[in-house]
Design a binder for this molecule. Structure first.
Ligand SMILES: *[C@@H]1O[C@H](CO)[C@@H](O)[C@H](O)[C@H]1NC(C)=O
Ligand SMILES: *[C@@H]1O[C@H](CO)[C@@H](O)[C@H](O)[C@H]1NC(C)=O
Ligand SMILES: *[C@@H]1O[C@H](CO)[C@@H](O)[C@H](O)[C@H]1NC(C)=O
Ligand SMILES: *[C@@H]1O[C@H](CO)[C@@H](O)[C@H](O)[C@H]1NC(C)=O
Ligand SMILES: *[C@@H]1O[C@H](CO)[C@@H](O)[C@H](O)[C@H]1NC(C)=O
Ligand SMILES: *[C@@H]1O[C@H](CO)[C@@H](O)[C@H](O)[C@H]1NC(C)=O
Ligand SMILES: CC(=O)N[C@H]1CO[C@H](CO)[C@@H](O)[C@@H]1O
Length: 595
């Protein structure tokens, strides 16, 4: 009876405790589906291509893949302009292909995260078409406003709001005879979140994909969801304050107090988090929710939630934006500390080196820092995000004006300056091998040109090398799944301006991990004798391409040979305790026998 009761209690407790918050120390790999793998030779990546490459991702060791948008779209902004949130873009495949990808990912143990683009739809969406016709249910699904007409009859937009892609954020609609708001491209009308039906529709989208078994969402540009309530301004949308020093058409020419970071945003985010939590028990996994908001640090931290509402994980763009190719050890430390000290207690940190909107990591930080930056993203506690190609140190190549497709670049209308804002180079096809089109496609052309260094920077070449960015990355991922990087205490140390050390020590000393980076090109000897919790002898467990030591080498705490640009990871020696036990036992044995 008692045993039975105990069993029941154990099972119950076990069930409650076993819900897997898998993402607390996970590696999430961002796939840009257009450029990952083309399975049908049309020059555009697709879902079957991703499915074909799942074994690569499994071997790399990542826990989850986040797919940039795969939904039906006219692709004016390459999928961030959605026509139907519940349909797959025909360029990428069918719903059956998606289901097959999900099934295979589940079978081999890789979770799937989808991109959720809540701020706007494509003007081709059914909602927008109906809204333009003022159909009663849909009339207020978008932000519509009258413009002004001057004495000459010339029409101008309702106010001075500027699009992120430059110029007025308002576009005249010839049927509705009103302007609609688009904070991004003209082909991206903003949804009106003050409309309860819109909020419900967007929740239905989350339910739809959760029922298909996805493990969470990356939520796009959430800080743009709300605009100021015109009811507070006599039914009009007020001008934003001009910032005199910036040219009129530029996004930064006005202060976005009425279109960005509004308080209402947080409630929607918390409501979505609660919706995801409805699936925790049923799917026996806690869903990941990560939000994209390029904003100030305090505004980012608010996304984590508070005592009454659970929030999301805000992407760590403070880290991404404050580090550059000349940052020294102090610069790295302060970028890390900024997040760790401002993050609310008990929350999960995250580390972002790049994404489809940024220059590639190797280009931004310098090719010599690829191992260092991959090491940091993976050795620090919490979630690590990898944008496809970072594991190889892929770089940005020049893409000529004639081949440029990114609306952000095309909108400059400037064949000399477009490259400053073009996101195309970071979106070029992934390099699988040194064959035509880098093994990305067997067709006759690719949607964006393949970068010219693909013959030397590719998966096949780096896999075959004893030391490569790929092999170092893979070793780091394996370490991340070990006890020290899951729960070891984080400490960072600056040795001079060029040497940066991260320790993750646990109560079980032999698990302790020490990461060391030399940011300069000169080689040098490091002595960390004074560091407590680090054993006298250490084993190299990951070694970057510029290190003279290799995996498996032993090194003394007092004499670590760090070559220029080397990023290496050491583990505390484990044998000491066993040795002392053996010696103790031998002495005891002798003593007992002699006595
Ligand atoms: C490209 O690969 C696909 C899928 O394997 C195949 O069906 C197609 O025939 C190939 N095309 C060419 C031009 O080799
Ligand atoms: C917009 O213009 C239309 C037509 O002139 C007018 O009926 C309507 O009241 C105006 N709406 C607002 C909010 O001013
Ligand atoms: C924008 O407005 C906010 C709130 O009024 C103010 O704190 C901030 O300094 C302004 N920024 C600029 C660049 O003028
Ligand atoms: C938490 O955030 C919500 C939504 O912004 C807010 O309504 C609530 O007052 C906050 N609670 C606390 C304890 O700060
Ligand atoms: C690079 O980052 C460091 C801080 O890490 C900063 O001091 C420096 O000004 C930055 N340099 C550039 C060119 O932005
Ligand atoms: C790495 O860079 C420093 C700075 O130049 C150089 O002096 C040193 O020799 C190298 N350091 C280490 C620790 O390897
Ligand atoms: C809020 C949002 O969806 N942000 C996205 C808004 O749209 C632009 C254009 O697609 C994207 O670039 C943003 O990421």
């Amino acid at each position: 009876m008692r045993a039975a009761l105990l069993l029941v209690v154990t099972v119950l407790v076990g069930t409650v405790v076993s819900v897997d918050v898998w993402w607390e120390s996970a590696v999430v790999y961002q796939i840009y589906p257009r450029s990952f793998k083309d399975s049908n030779g049309d020059g555009v990546g697709d879902l079957n291509g991703i499915k074909e490459k799942l074994p690569y991702l499994k071997d790399l060791g990542v826990d989850a893949i986040w797919l940039s948008p795969i939904f039906k779209s006219p692709m004016r902004d390459f999928g961030y302009d959605i026509t139907d949130y519940k349909e797959i873009s025909s360029e990428y495949g069918t719903m059956a292909d998606f289901d097959a990808l999900m099934a295979e990912a589940k079978r081999i143990g890789i979770r799937v995260i989808l991109d959720y683009v809540p701020n706007h739809t494509s003007p081709e969406s059914d909602w927008f078409q109906r809204s333009a016709l003022s159909e009663s249910k849909y009339k207020d699904y978008y932000i519509w406003a009258n413009g002004t007409v001057d004495s000459t009859g010339a029409r101008s937009p309702p106010n001075n709001w500027v699009s992120v892609f430059r110029k007025s954020a308002w576009e005249w609609h010839p049927t509705r005879l009103q302007y609609y708001l688009h904070q991004f491209a003209i082909g991206q009308p903003d949804l009106n979140y003050r409309n309860a039906d819109v909020r419900q529709e967007m929740k239905d989208v989350l339910h739809f994909w959760l029922k298909k078994g996805v493990s969470g969402f990356r939520m796009d540009a959430v800080n743009f969801i709300y605009e100021v309530d015109p009811a507070k301004f006599g039914g009009k949308y007020p001008n934003e304050a001009p910032i005199g020093s910036v040219a009129t058409d530029e996004y930064d020419s006005v202060n976005h107090t009425y279109t960005k970071d509004l308080d209402e945003t947080y409630n929607v985010i918390f409501d979505w988090r609660a919706l995801l939590d409805e699936y925790t028990t049923q799917h026996n996994e806690n869903k990941l929710m990560v939000t994209e908001a390029y904003t100030s640090l305090p505004m980012m931290m608010r996304y984590y939630g508070n005592a009454t509402r659970t929030g999301s994980v805000p992407f760590n763009f403070v880290y991404l934006e404050s580090i550059n190719s000349t940052s020294d050890a102090n610069g790295l430390k302060s970028a890390i500390d900024a997040w760790m000290t401002n993050m609310p207690a008990g929350k999960v940190a995250n580390w972002v080196n790049g994404n489809h909107d940024q220059k590639r990591m190797a280009t931004r930080y310098g090719e010599k820092r690829v191992d260092a930056m991959n090491m940091l993203a993976l050795i620090l506690p919490g979630l690590s995000f990898t944008y496809q190609g970072e594991e190889l140190g892929m770089t940005d190549d020049m893409i000529p004006w004639a081949s440029t497709l990114d609306p952000q670049a095309c909108n400059t209308e400037d064949p000399l300056q477009y490259w400053r804002v073009s996101r195309d180079p970071a979106r070029s096809p992934f390099h699988w091998d040194d064959s035509v089109f880098a093994g990305f496609s067997n067709g006759s052309s690719t949607w964006l040109p393949v970068a010219s260094n693909y013959r030397t920077v590719n998966v096949a070449v780096q896999r075959a090398m004893y030391k490569s960015h790929y092999n170092f990355y893979k070793d780091m991922v394996a370490l991340k799944h070990g006890p020290a990087l899951k729960s070891g205490k984080l400490e960072t140390h600056v040795l001079g301006s060029n040497v940066f050390i991260v320790t993750r020590l646990t109560s079980n000393q032999k698990e302790g991990i020490i990461g060391i980076i030399n940011l300069s090109g000169l080689s040098y000897q490091v002595d960390i004798t004074q560091m407590s919790g680090v054993t006298k002898e250490l084993t190299v467990v990951a070694s970057g391409v510029d290190c003279i030591v290799s995996k498996g080498d032993k090194t003394a705490k007092s004499d670590i040979r760090l070559s220029g640009y080397c990023a290496m990871v050491l583990q505390n020696a484990g044998q000491r305790l066993i040795y002392s036990f053996t010696v103790y036992f031998a002495i005891y044995f002798l003593y007992v026998n002699l006595a």
